[in-house]
Design a protein around this ligand. Structure first.
Ligand SMILES: *[C@@H]1O[C@H](CO)[C@@H](O)[C@H](O)[C@H]1NC(C)=O
Length: 497
């Protein structure tokens, strides 16, 4: 194994002395700790007045005026990454993936005592979306000006930058962000179904309205709001993928025939049964929709096989060549899936989730997968998912964990709050440009961004531990979300064969 030398490192040897084997570097207790931290990361990203259940002590309230100048309450929600922006598209995608993690692995989250924390974290996001959905055809999709925000290096608690809010409606359309928010609310309505019936129903009503809005008033939010969403979260893939994804989630949540017919009628016109994509990410949801729909095909639902075929194709593409002849995504020498040098871990995380998820549904339906004519088992998908997750946690040639607070880490995470002294220890304001005094040092961050999964190493399994290196050193809410499901499965000891 390429990363065998990891076991020579004394720190790692100490941590996993008795459990080390060729492919399984960690034990369920390690994954339980990783799971706890994966969820804790959202405390770092939390905007608004912090709730009583918030655990991360060194963060404070922030963004308490958000929306006020536009006459709407937009406090709450999450900052997307290492800045203080609230971007609707990635926030909604993150919550969809968190809800999907919860929905697939509820028993595992319960068994590891993480279900309550995961639901609180999800509800913080969905409460925000409910507030932002001010009329059936009106949704606030951003708070903050990315140019002035990025021009400063400031703690969220100190923000002095303008906080303009931006919305979509029937004139300034945004089918991408509206349908993604519909997906998040529909997925979350499933998460809360057995917990809070009234809330679940409210989420579903809002989801249905937003989907109709997205479908009937079609347009790209990055045409309507180009100046403030591009080039940060421009909708490069357009909105057809989100329409498919939104409909797939609404079908899951309601069982309503209308969504089924929408998906069969538009299987090719919207691309869900034809598009072949390399990854699931904040912009492009085709692969997610294909896998979600494939699950119901595996359970016996007819008429949607085109989606399932594309899902099979995706899964085959991210498996290594020794398992799948139709493998197509490259890997580093250390075995990490490598899609792109800019926050590669977001793609690794979503792919790993989809592998575990597929393994689960193949096992439940007693089906096998064929890749280029070769039979592939659920156990092989599971094993590969575990190798990717283990790499993130430190089973790699550098013995470096890319989850902060777990194992041996880089020390200069690109994150405003974590790289500046906390409001608890440094009470006076840090002004816009003043923060760069900390940014520009080689000192370690004063606060631990616990649970943050950063962008990750390059093609040679190396990372440049420099605070300015956002491509490798920045965490995001959408990288962590699918790992909640992955670590829940591993922490609970669930295996698929
Ligand atoms: C590391 O990244 C910084 C930018 O953040 C860059 O200035 C520096 O040259 C990089 N170092 C190496 C060795 O690539």
């Amino acid at each position: 194994m390429a990363y065998r030398n990891v076991y020579l490192l004394p720190l790692l040897a100490l941590a996993w002395s008795s459990a080390v084997s060729m492919t399984l570097a960690f034990r369920t207790g390690d994954y339980a700790s990783a799971l706890d931290k994966t969820i804790l990361f959202y405390d770092l990203q939390r905007s608004g007045r912090l709730p009583g259940w918030h655990r991360l002590r060194w963060r404070g309230n922030s963004g308490l005026q958000d929306g006020r100048s536009n006459g709407v309450d937009l406090t709450g929600g999450y900052y997307d990454a290492g800045d203080n922006m609230k971007f609707g598209l990635p926030m909604a995608y993150s919550m969809t993936m968190l809800a999907w993690s919860i929905n697939e692995f509820t028993p595992e989250l319960r068994r590891t005592d993480q279900l309550g924390k995961a639901l609180n974290t999800l509800r913080w996001g969905t409460d925000y979306f409910l507030k932002a959905h001010t009329k059936p055809n009106e949704l606030w999709v951003q708070v903050g000006s990315p140019w002035s925000d990025h021009d400063c290096w400031q703690r969220p608690e100190d923000m002095t930058t303008p906080r303009p809010a931006f919305k979509i409606d029937t004139n300034r359309r945004g089918s991408d962000v509206a349908a993604e928010t519909a997906a998040a609310l529909a997925a979350a309505s499933i998460s809360f179904r057995g917990i809070d019936r009234a809330y679940s129903a409210r989420l579903l009503r809002s989801a249905q309205q937003l989907f109709n809005f997205a479908d009937q008033y079609r347009g790209k939010y990055s045409d309507s709001l180009a100046g403030v969403v591009c080039p940060f979260y421009c909708s490069y893939s357009g909105f057809n993928d989100e329409l498919v994804w939104g409909a797939a989630w609404l079908l899951q949540a309601t069982g309503n025939r209308w969504y089924y017919q929408y998906l069969t009628r538009n299987a090719y016109s919207l691309g869900g049964a034809s598009m072949v994509k390399r990854s699931l990410n904040w912009d492009d949801k085709y692969v997610g929709a294909q896998v979600l729909i494939a699950q119901s095909v595996m359970r016996g639902r007819g008429g949607l096989n085109g989606y399932k075929d594309r899902a099979d194709q995706f899964i085959c593409s991210v498996l290594p060549r020794w398992i799948s002849p139709s493998s197509s995504v490259g890997r580093t020498k250390g075995g990490l899936l490598f899609f792109d040098g800019n926050i590669n871990m977001q793609y690794v995380a979503s792919s790993t989730f989809l592998l575990v998820n597929y393994a689960k549904h193949l096992t439940a339906s007693r089906q096998a997968l064929y890749c280029g004519g070769k039979k592939v088992t659920a156990g092989q998908l599971y094993g590969e998912a575990r190798r990717q997750a283990d790499y993130i946690l430190g089973a790699n040639p550098r013995g470096m964990s890319y989850m902060i607070g777990f194992g041996r880490n880089p020390i200069r995470v690109h994150h405003r709050a974590a790289s500046l002294p906390s409001v608890r220890s440094h009470r006076w304001n840090i002004q816009c440009k003043q923060g760069f005094d900390w940014f520009n040092t080689w000192n370690a961050n004063p606060n631990q961004a616990t649970g943050a999964i950063i962008g990750g190493p390059d093609w040679s399994d190396n990372i440049n531990d420099s605070r300015g290196n956002y491509a490798q050193m920045e965490p995001t809410t959408y990288t962590n979300a699918p790992m909640v499901g992955v670590f829940a499965a591993f922490a609970a000891g669930t295996r698929y064969y």
